[in-house]
Design a protein around this ligand. Structure first.
Ligand SMILES: Cc1cc2nc3c(=O)[nH]c(=O)nc-3n(C[C@H](O)[C@H](O)[C@H](O)COP(=O)(O)O)c2cc1C
Length: 151
């Protein structure tokens, strides 16, 4: 089972969550390719069995700059990832009520649009509620791994 993990981050928190996921997935025996930065060519070249995206939100509901090129290129090239299982971990701050976790939502919508198959409901990590997002995401990552491996 080959998993691609990538992240979109401004201050590095989503990257840290992705690092944790990479470590846990490897420890569970998955083959992991970490795309840093995410590019459409690298994703298609890896042709993974599954995808995990970790993404924060910036501005007023915007994607971090380091994932915008990926997002827009995916939108324009629109490579179908039919039935490919994916999960999204979204980082945000509920203080931004109208745009809470919108970066993650955008990535999720994009992956659904290219016909990928959401494995678990998106995890939302709220910076207003927790200062330990990496630890908080561990149970979700473990469930993601178990669900993937039981397919
Ligand atoms: C300038 C700025 C704008 C932000 N805008 C949003 C937003 O619109 N929606 C949201 O849910 N969180 C927003 N956040 C919160 C971040 O997404 C959150 O703190 C996240 O954990 C940062 O992760 P990162 O270190 O990977 O960038 C914003 C944070 C900053 C500093």
């Amino acid at each position: 089972m080959h998993l691609v993990i990538f992240s979109g981050s401004v201050f590095g928190t989503a990257d840290e969550v992705a690092d944790m996921a990479e470590e846990r997935c490897r420890a569970a025996g998955l083959q992991v390719s970490r795309l840093k930065p995410a590019t459409v060519d690298a994703l298609l070249e890896k042709n993974p069995d599954a995808i995990l995206a970790c993404c924060s939100t910036t501005g007023m509901g915007e994607l971090p700059a380091n994932i915008q090129d990926f997002y827009y290129e995916m939108e324009s090239r629109f490579p179908l990832l039919t039935d490919k299982p994916f999960g999204v971990i979204a980082l945000g701050d509920a203080g931004y009520c109208d745009t809470f976790c919108q970066g993650g939502e955008q990535l999720r919508d994009l992956l659904l649009d290219v016909q990928a198959n959401e494995l678990l409901p998106m995890l939302q990590l709220d910076a207003a509620e927790t200062v330990t997002p990496v630890e908080d995401a561990e149970p979700w990552v473990d469930e993601f791994i178990t669900t993937l491996q039981s397919r």
